[in-house]
Write a protein that binds this ligand. Structure first.
Ligand code: SF4
Length: 333
């Protein structure tokens, strides 16, 4: 493999295929309810990102039960990750979140992934999550939406937090040894190739665990859709996106797992998504592109990072994986 994929990581970590089950806990978002703003991020749809979740009126444990019995049977799966995906899942009283997390505990749930914003992380909420981890021995991943590593872009998309907020939240979370997955949009109209290269280097430097890369999709009836229809923004082409993705991966530490490369959104809800191609087609095109151009994860990390990567090798459980990069692609580290 030319990159460290999520399926590979889950197999390493749990010894078999593990499926992520979205659970909607009825969270809200400070960027929508007026605490920070009423509009939300300019790309956010009224239902947030929960296109795949069941209704939040169904209890979290029932949502798990329904989805697990379906997916478990279909794929013969035995281990699952409960994924609190929609809105800002740490934006509530710590005790309330603790009770919700308790409801998700089952023998076949090996991990809970909690999606949130960098400015909704504090000691009390992390303590509550940590108490569940310690009491039930379940792994925790915090999924942080960063989207862009430029404050000027965060302002344009009405994100309501800064890059500094992101750095602070990462260092707080790392004290608890939860894994961190960072969400990035690769083709926001205000970011260029250099910004994304810098972003990959920064994520490598601060040592996050996973990255989820999204291609920008434009949901109907959002501020972004107005801008798109009025010609206020222009988007890079599919080929430019694939080229940028190659640059990003080339500058990303090989110990960071890449959970996703493109967006997934229902066609009927969007004006634009994945350049009019299927997710699978784009993924194949990307795989061909990196094969043809001999691109692999971490290829462009220069010698000045040699010590850092050496340290990573010492810390990483699976040294074989790292070794395989060196053997396969002649990486001079
Ligand atoms: S932080 Fe997330 S849920 Fe809140 S407005 Fe932005 S995209 Fe939507």
């Amino acid at each position: 493999m030319r990159y460290y994929s999520y399926s590979e990581k889950l197999k390493e970590k749990y010894g078999e295929k593990v499926y992520k089950i979205p659970v909607d806990i009825g969270a809200t978002c400070p960027n929508r309810d007026g605490k920070i703003s009423y509009g939300g991020c300019i790309f956010c749809s009224p239902q947030g990102a929960g296109f795949e979740s069941l209704c939040s009126k169904i209890s979290p444990s029932e949502q798990l039960e329904k989805n697990i019995s379906y997916i478990g049977q279909k794929y013969k799966a035995k281990k699952f990750i409960a994924y609190l995906q929609n809105y800002t899942n740490t934006y509530m009283e710590p005790e309330k979140l603790r009770n919700i997390l308790k409801e998700l505990i089952r023998d076949d749930i090996v991990e809970i992934a909690i999606s949130t914003r960098p400015d909704c992380i504090d000691k009390d909420i992390l303590d509550a999550i940590d108490s569940i981890k310690k009491e039930y021995g379940v792994n925790i991943t915090i999924e942080l939406g960063l989207q862009s590593i430029k404050d000027s872009t965060l302002l344009k998309i009405n994100r309501g937090h800064t890059v500094e907020d992101f750095y602070k939240s990462v260092s707080e979370i790392q004290k608890y040894h939860f894994e961190i997955c960072v969400h990035i949009i690769l083709n926001l109209p205000w970011d260029n190739d250099e910004d994304l290269v810098y972003c990959a280097k920064e994520l490598s430097r601060i040592g996050v665990n996973n990255v989820k890369i999204h291609s920008l999709y434009i949901v109907k009836n959002t501020r972004l859709s107005e801008m798109f229809e009025n010609g206020e923004i222009s988007l890079i082409s599919k080929d430019e996106y694939i080229n940028r993705l190659g640059l990003f991966i080339g500058n990303l530490s090989p110990k960071i797992c890449v959970e996703r490369f493109f967006a997934r959104a229902p066609e009927e809800e969007t004006l634009f998504c994945n350049f009019g191609h299927s997710w699978r087609k784009l993924k194949n095109d990307f795989d061909d592109y990196i094969e043809k151009n001999n691109i692999y994860q971490g290829k462009d990390i220069k010698n000045e990072n040699r010590n850092y990567r050496g340290d990573d090798l010492g810390n990483r459980k699976d040294k074989k994986f790292y070794q395989s990069f060196r053997n396969c692609y002649n990486c001079k580290i």
